[in-house]
Design a protein around this ligand. Structure first.
Ligand code: CUK
Ligand code: CUA
Length: 638
């Protein structure tokens, strides 16, 4: 084992192990008008929609800011028994993968679609870390409408960051992997030869938003952590933080922390896209699944795809560069002008800030220090704008206030630190409780931040709330950043483990929300009126064409079902008023309930296991006669 003395690493590793300690001077008083600033009176709306990743709950939650109120949890990568997502026949295909149906994932980052570098309120993209996928949510319905699996990838962490006109969403693999045409069944000891870092560029259809993998780039076998696209002058480029330049495949805690510097990888994606179009690269046979929601039939379909285009290091020789970056960088953030690229070396006692102009000059002047696995390495000093000195310990992520300042989260020293982008001087710091991971300013990673607030998403809650056993909710803290000093306004607990978040003004979305009308329902099993309700047997399959309206189901007495039959309840909600769902559940059913919104048809599959009488009922308290909304299914022996 090499010496651990570099950069006082042993101290930092020890501090990381101890992180969550109370920062000094914890008695930060909440300013006198804090309550007024976060109070949203009953019946009034919040100013911002805040979309927050759910981490290991696999979902996305929607909060209102500044109140911190949870508005909704949107199911994306995990099944959601509350509304039947992943349990109804219509939604099951959304969670298909090349490994079969997967009911869970780990969701870290979110990206709102952009036009000219500004949020445009169309779509929200979300990554799945464990079984690599990217989802697209439609912000007119707040629904997951597409999920694309990413082949040649493992630990889809550096995702889903997007270019300033949403041309591409990227997905960089955290784990180096053997690409599929190299056959993954190789000795792990062949890591250095066989394992590659792959970044995928997902093309986005301008009008429909539909995703597909446009091309992949096979880079050296290091770990991609985070990324951001350039903007304005740097808009043709994408920047990725990379750690483990040591290429360790065991005990990374020590072995991937040896080098003084790892890298920021800069890719000219415009050039790469042109090469892909011109037929460069090789076709790699693989398997990945593309799942789409069809709003007309109100069902998802799942399609297997078989091939991707991969550009090699050699193909990318004039379009891909490494910039040394101290030490195991995590966040990789680009300021609103597109000139400054911030790499947060989480084990470094400084924050390096790179200049896009200098990077371009260094490339033109061939100011390289050498190559790393065939990729040219730009000299650190040649790319550097400067370093923020003594910002705090464990810098992770940076957001921008649109007024020339950056705010960086400090995981180890539990604080937010505000610094000026031009002169790199620290201007303010506030403690957080405790160990902040990501932070978010509305629009804070775009060309036009809305400013006003920053939210710290804290990993450790400890003594902030009433204890709920050893398992505590994670916590957000809202700060006012409209003045020179950051002011703590509010603490509120969160759902799942929040990583990145996005926010946009409520006015952009609240009036575009679309409701479903029964006339637009083209579901193959829709029942448009009670008179059409019926029970149809096809072999051992039974289709129940069922309607629900306050306060009864039709049909509500069903006989002729036998043990082992596959019964499909296709329930159509006939309500015309948009906020009146009906639920549907039957005793002994192997799936969750259905929650059917007005105009929609949802299908519950049920295979009765024994003869008997099976009550069914509406699960959503829909009227004063909700408790009357029930029926029976008689099941006879096979
Ligand atoms: S990571 Cu969670 S705190 Cu997955 Cu973006 Cu940095
Ligand atoms: Cu329908 Cu309760």
């Amino acid at each position: 084992m090499k010496s651990l003395k570099l950069f006082g690493l042993s101290t930092i590793v020890a501090l990381i192990a101890l992180s969550g300690c109370k920062p000094k001077g914890t008695e930060t008083a909440v300013s006198g008008d804090a309550a007024q600033k976060v109070y949203v009176a009953p019946g009034k709306y919040d100013e911002f929609y805040n979309f927050v990743s759910g981490g290991f709950n696999g979902q996305v939650s929607v909060y209102g800011l500044p109140s911190g109120r949870l508005l909704k949890s949107l199911p994306v990568f995990s099944v959601n028994p509350e509304n039947g997502y992943g349990f109804s026949e219509e939604t099951k295909p959304m969670l298909e993968t090349s490994h079969g149906f997967i009911p869970w994932d780990d969701q870290h980052h979110l990206a709102l679609s952009q036009t000219n570098g500004e949020v445009d309120g169309r779509w929200l993209f979300a990554n799945a870390n464990n079984t690599p996928r990217v989802a697209r949510l439609d912000l007119k319905t707040f629904k997951t409408v597409e999920i694309l699996e990413i082949p040649n990838s493992a630990g889809n962490h550096s995702s889903p960051f997007l270019t300033e006109n949403t041309e591409y969403v990227v997905a960089g693999t955290r784990f180096a992997v053997p690409t599929d045409d190299k056959n993954g069944d190789v000795p792990i000891s062949s890591f250095k030869e066989n394992f590659k870092g792959v970044v995928s560029f997902i093309g986005i259809n301008k009008d429909s938003g539909e995703m597909d993998i446009a091309f992949q780039i096979e880079a050296p076998g290091i770990n991609f952590d985070l990324s951001h696209a350039g903007k304005g002058k740097s808009g043709d480029w994408f920047f990725f933080s990379c750690y483990n330049s040591e290429k360790a495949n065991t005990l990374l805690e020590v072995n991937a922390s040896q080098n003084d510097k790892d890298f920021i990888m800069a890719i000219n994606w415009k050039k790469a896209a042109e090469m892909a179009k011109a037929g460069k690269g090789r076709k790699v046979a693989t398997e990945y699944v593309h799942n789409k929601w069809d709003e007309k039939t109100h069902s998802a379909t799942s399609t297997m795809k078989k091939e991707v285009l991969v550009l090699s290091v050699e193909d990318m020789k004039d379009a891909m560069y490494f910039i040394p970056c101290p030490k195991s960088p995590h966040g990789c953030d680009v300021d609103p002008t597109g000139e400054y690229i911030v790499g947060s070396g989480k084990l470094a006692a400084l924050i390096p800030v790179f200049s896009f102009t200098k990077i371009q000059k260094a490339i033109a002047d061939k100011n390289f220090s050498g190559e790393y696995d065939g990729v040219k390495v730009i000299k650190y000093e040649a790319a550097l704008h400067g370093e923020v000195q003594k910002p705090g310990l464990g810098p992770l992520h940076t957001e921008f206030d649109g007024r020339g300042n950056a705010i960086t989260s400090m995981f180890v020293s539990s604080e937010l630190v505000k610094w000026n982008i031009k002169d790199l001087k620290v201007i303010d710091r506030v403690p957080t409780y405790y160990s902040t991971g990501h932070l978010m300013i509305p629009g804070g990673d775009t060309a036009k931040p809305f400013g006003k607030y920053v939210v710290a998403y804290n990993k450790i809650t400890k003594d902030r709330y009433l204890p709920t056993g050893p398992e505590l909710a994670q916590s957000a803290q809202l700060f006012d950043i409209s003045g020179d000093k950051m002011k703590l306004l509010l603490d509120y607990p969160l759902f799942g483990e929040p990583h990145y978040a996005q926010a946009l003004p409520a006015a952009m979305l609240k009036d575009q929300v679309k409701f479903f009308k029964i006339d637009d329902n083209h579901h193959p099993y829709v029942t448009k009126g009670e008179k059409e309700s019926k029970v149809v047997r096809e072999g051992n399959k039974i289709h129940v064409y069922m309607t629900s309206i306050r306060s009864h189901f039709a049909p509500d007495n069903i006989e002729g079902v036998r043990v082992g039959d596959e019964v499909y309840f296709h329930v159509t909600n006939l309500e015309q008023d948009w906020d009146v769902p009906h639920g549907f559940a039957i005793k002994g059913n192997q799936n969750a309930e259905l929650l059917i919104m007005p105009g929609e048809t949802c299908t519950l599959k049920w295979v009765p296991q024994k003869a008997g009488m099976y009550p069914m009922y509406c699960t959503d308290f829909c009227s004063a006669l909700h408790q009357e909304m029930q029926g029976y299914v008689r099941v006879s022996p096979a």
